[in-house]
Design a protein around this ligand. Structure first.
Ligand SMILES: C[S@@+](CC[C@H](N)C(=O)[O-])C[C@H]1O[C@@H](n2cnc3c(N)ncnc32)[C@H](O)[C@@H]1O
Length: 414
């Protein structure tokens, strides 16, 4: 008779010496005694302590958006279980518990020194039971959850740089129909300055393009699309948020079983340095790469494959706005920024708008005129029948389905 013994939990085993920790310096502080004693702060009215943990006030909007999505999920699902894989001081976990009314939150941060700060913060909400603190490497805890068949409704991975190795383990411990909230802070890769690095991390060879902030979001979504398809899943972006501090690229994705419904949205994009026109190419069209302005070629910068589909779901954003209203985050001047952001994202979701945006300064310099005022430019384009929107992703830029050359003609006429 063969007797199968239960293996010990992964967390009790020593780490594989062949696998280097992704970024040990990120979560090792030289001594826990270095954490300053209780440094109190507040966010959305909740008091908590940051100690010497990683906490950025500027990331509060990203946390607001995560809570809104979690609250919507809670409304339509029997329960809300959240895995906060890189929780810092635990402010996200606290907010998922308090504001989204999560049944359970697993708050994990690889830095063991943060454990007591996280636990003190979460004890403000309830006794342990509704939450648990762990100090594991993110891939390790998520893989352990997957192996235990301990699945979550929302997995939040607030990582640094272009660490993408967690994508697969995060998807593995996510329930089907669940939400995956992922982050990249790699502005060098999105700017096209490390194409081999972006290729390794997200499978996309990224070159410098004038709308690099948006490319950063599309690179992250594309990486997740690729990883999901390996597992027989597909992911759909519900919202994509760019924030200049960092920079930070955040995307909320819904995971479903099945392949991408169409491969139309996983493509290459080109930018013509001569006329400023951008275009997308499916894999089958790669041999046709050229710009109409320059038949000899040589003027195209090409990046990809990237996600070229919608960055947001307009209907989902509308539900998020309604939820923000219910939470009292809109109006009265207090939630003005969030309100504006959600509205801009809805505007950006017009399916007629292609990828990329046009900086008004570039229009001005190509047309050799002063920068046209945003409103004037927009209404001129709308009068000509183009779809046009401002973009939250770049200031002084518009998203439009108007090719650059026509833009310049219109700008001259303004
Ligand atoms: C951007 S901070 C998190 C901030 C937090 N989510 C918030 O909203 O305030 C990233 C955190 O991840 C932790 N960390 C870095 N690499 C990690 C890894 N591989 N596994 C788990 N935690 C990690 C760091 O200690 C740090 O606290």
């Amino acid at each position: 008779m063969i007797i199968l013994s239960r293996p010990p939990p992964l967390s009790s085993l020593p780490p594989n010496p062949r696998i280097a920790s992704p970024a040990p310096h990120r979560f090792s502080s030289s001594s826990s005694n270095l954490l300053p004693p209780q440094c109190q702060t507040t966010e959305r009215g909740h008091e908590f302590e940051t100690g010497g943990t990683f906490y950025r006030r500027e990331s509060a909007v990203g946390r607001d958006l995560g809570v809104l999505a979690a609250s919507l999920h809670k409304r339509s699902s029997p329960q809300l279980r959240v895995l906060d894989a890189m929780c810092g001081c635990g402010i996200r976990s606290l907010r998922y518990l308090l504001e989204a009314d999560a049944e359970f939150v697993l708050a994990n941060d690889a830095n063991d020194d943060y454990r007591s700060v996280i636990a003190r913060n979460l004890s403000r909400v309830s006794d342990e039971g509704r939450w648990l603190v762990s100090s594991n490497e993110a891939n390790r805890i998520m893989t352990e959850c997957y192996l235990k068949r301990d699945f979550y409704d929302l997995v939040d991975v607030d990582s640094f740089g272009s660490e993408s190795s967690y994508l697969r383990s995060a998807m593995n411990c996510l329930k089907l129909g669940g939400l995956l909230y992922v982050t990249s802070t790699d502005g060098y890769s999105s700017g096209g300055h490390r194409p081999h690095h972006s290729l390794a991390a997200y499978g996309a060879y990224v070159r410098p393009m004038p709308y690099s902030n948006e490319v950063g979001l599309r690179m992250l979504i594309g990486g997740a699309v690729r990883e999901a398809s390996v597992l027989g899943y597909r992911v759909t972006p519900l919202f994509s948020y760019y924030s200049y501090h960092g920079p930070v690229f955040r995307v909320m994705l819904r995971l479903n079983r099945g392949k991408l419904l169409t491969n139309r949205h996983y493509e290459f994009i080109s930018y013509c340095t001569k006329c400023g026109h951008s275009q997308s190419y499916s894999w089958d069209e790669l041999s046709k790469l050229s710009c109409t302005c320059n038949k000899e070629g040589g003027s195209l910068v090409v990046s990809g494959p990237l996600w070229t589909g919608p960055l947001h779901s307009a209907s989902y954003l509308t539900e998020m706005s309604n939820m923000a209203e219910q939470l009292g985050w809109m109006g009265n001047g207090t939630g003005t920024d969030l309100q504006k952001l959600l509205q801009l994202m809805v505007d950006e979701s017009d399916p007629k708008l292609p990828f990329g945006y046009i900086k008004l300064d570039e229009v001005a310099s190509r047309a050799k005129i002063n920068s046209p005022p945003l409103r004037t430019m927009m209404s001129a384009l709308q009068k000509e029948g183009y779809a046009v929107s401002r973009s939250h992703i770049a200031t002084n830029a518009i998203k439009t389905d108007c090719p650059m050359a026509t833009c310049i003609r219109i700008a001259k006429e303004v």
